[in-house]
Design a protein around this ligand. Structure first.
Ligand code: ASP
Length: 429
């Protein structure tokens, strides 16, 4: 029987969701049940199923991955390449955002700061900067403190991925330092858990079209008329600036790296990753998408389990190109709207904090907003200014999360090739 490929099914679900969401709105319903609540119910069910997989999947994949890398040298090499890739791509993403936000100046309308047009009347206090700068830096330190969790079960229970990853790395590494007889049994055990979790992922993936339909229909049905007005009006340029910058990163920068560093055909990575990218788009959570990202990178792109199980869990938490880019564009947009003169030093501060916070924010919806408050306080803008971008944040979140996931998968491909892997994104796949 003819069966449509999963990514086409999801894509069709997405289009249908937009139509259904527009028709249903927030109130329409059947037999006293609002469609909106039904979308919410089904969407949450799908999201929960994805999240349910994450903790055992991350732990087992990291342990198997690290233990399989083979010794300190192999790990150091793989880790080093991964960190360099994350750093370079995040920085390139931020600089792309910086370029476009300066080019289009979305916060300045007809030559004047858009603050009034956008309905912002919060006064800009001069002392704010000094008062809160310290807090901003403290928040960043907090992120790194969470990396070493005092209680690993607590970290898992509270979704603190960074802590879990750190523990998984240590566990996998030291498993190779104990007597062979003890290590071998453990390896088989964790490998078994990993394979089981991947099978569960395959099963949950079958429901992706339904889950995606519900999640997207809910977002569309929940859009208020004022939000559409904002989008068509003053926030439109901001919206388009973010999209153009994200597109430049995904369709120019990363493909060039795939072409010239990994020496693969970048055009093959998009269809290979499509199910994960579309799920990232509808869930707006790179953590929840991780099971699918792993599945697509291994099965469709052909990256070994050894590389992907190290690069991807780490990437889902640490490497967020779309988020970093967005933080930079949003902070500068707000500063422009406030008429703040942005010196080179201030712009540099924004780039640096965007880089640091993008490492620390969780892969969950709207996580960027927290990071943007840290930037705003450190350049002396009131937090209320964040209200400016809330209207369009959810939709932009969907795009930036897909970019985050695409960058992780490009990373897996590039690093696998640098590690000498063959048969990646070949025509036979
Ligand atoms: N939603 C994003 C993610 O999960 C994080 C963010 O930028 O808000 O990757």
């Amino acid at each position: 029987m003819f069966k449509l490929k999963l990514h086409w099914q999801i894509l069709i679900a997405l289009v249908l969701a937009v139509i259904a969401g527009m028709l249903a709105g927030k109130t329409a319903g059947l037999f006293g049940v609002a469609f909106y609540s039904a979308f919410d119910f089904v969407g949450t069910l799908f999201l929960n199923a994805l999240k349910m997989i994450i903790v055992p999947l991350i732990i087992s994949s990291l342990i198997v991955g690290i233990a399989g890398v083979g010794g300190t040298q192999g790990l150091g090499r793989l880790g080093g390449k991964t960190l360099v890739y994350y750093f370079v791509t995040s920085l390139l993403a931020i600089l792309t955002g910086l370029f476009f936000v300066n080019l289009f100046s979305p916060g300045i309308i007809d030559g004047v700061p858009a603050r009034e047009i956008l309905g912002l009347d919060v006064p800009l206090e001069t002392g704010v900067a000094a008062k809160v700068a310290e807090k901003g830096m403290g928040d960043i330190a907090e992120v790194f403190l969470r990396m070493v969790p005092p209680n690993v079960v607590g970290a898992a229970a509270n979704g603190q991925m960074l802590g879990l990853i750190f523990f998984g790395l240590l566990f996998g590494y030291f498993m190779t330092r104990i007597p062979r007889a003890q290590a071998d049994g453990q390896f088989v055990f964790w490998q078994g858990i990993y394979s089981t979790m991947m099978k569960i992922t395959d099963w949950v993936m079958k429901f992706a079209p339904i889950g995606v339909f519900a999640l997207v229909a809910k977002v569309i049905a929940g859009i208020e008329p004022e939000q559409v007005g904002d989008l068509a009006g003053s926030l439109g340029i901001f919206f388009v600036t973010v999209l153009i910058a994200l597109a430049t990163h995904v369709f120019i920068t990363l493909p060039l790296m795939l072409r010239f560093i990994a020496r693969v055909n970048p055009l093959r990575l998009y269809p290979a990753m499509a199910p994960a990218l579309l799920t990232a788009f509808s869930t707006a959570s790179s953590s929840a998408t991780l099971p699918l990202t792993l599945d697509c990178v291994e099965k469709n792109a052909g990256v070994s389990n050894r590389t992907s199980s190290f690069v991807l869990p780490l990437g889902a938490t640490v490497n967020m190109d779309g988020t970093a880019l967005y933080e930079c564009v949003a902070a500068i947009f707000i500063a422009q709207a406030y008429g703040l003169e942005l010196s080179i030093v201030t712009q540099f501060t924004i780039v640096l904090i965007a880089l640091l916070t993008s490492i620390g924010v969780a892969g969950i919806p709207a996580a960027s907003l927290v990071a943007i408050t840290i930037i705003l306080t450190s350049i002396g803008l009131p937090l209320e200014a964040l209200g400016l971008i809330l209207a369009v944040d959810r939709i932009l979140d969907m795009f930036r999360t897909s970019v985050n996931v695409f960058s992780d998968s490009s990373g897996a491909v590039i690093i696998a090739r640098l590690e000498g892997e063959k048969d990646i994104l070949t025509a036979s796949r």
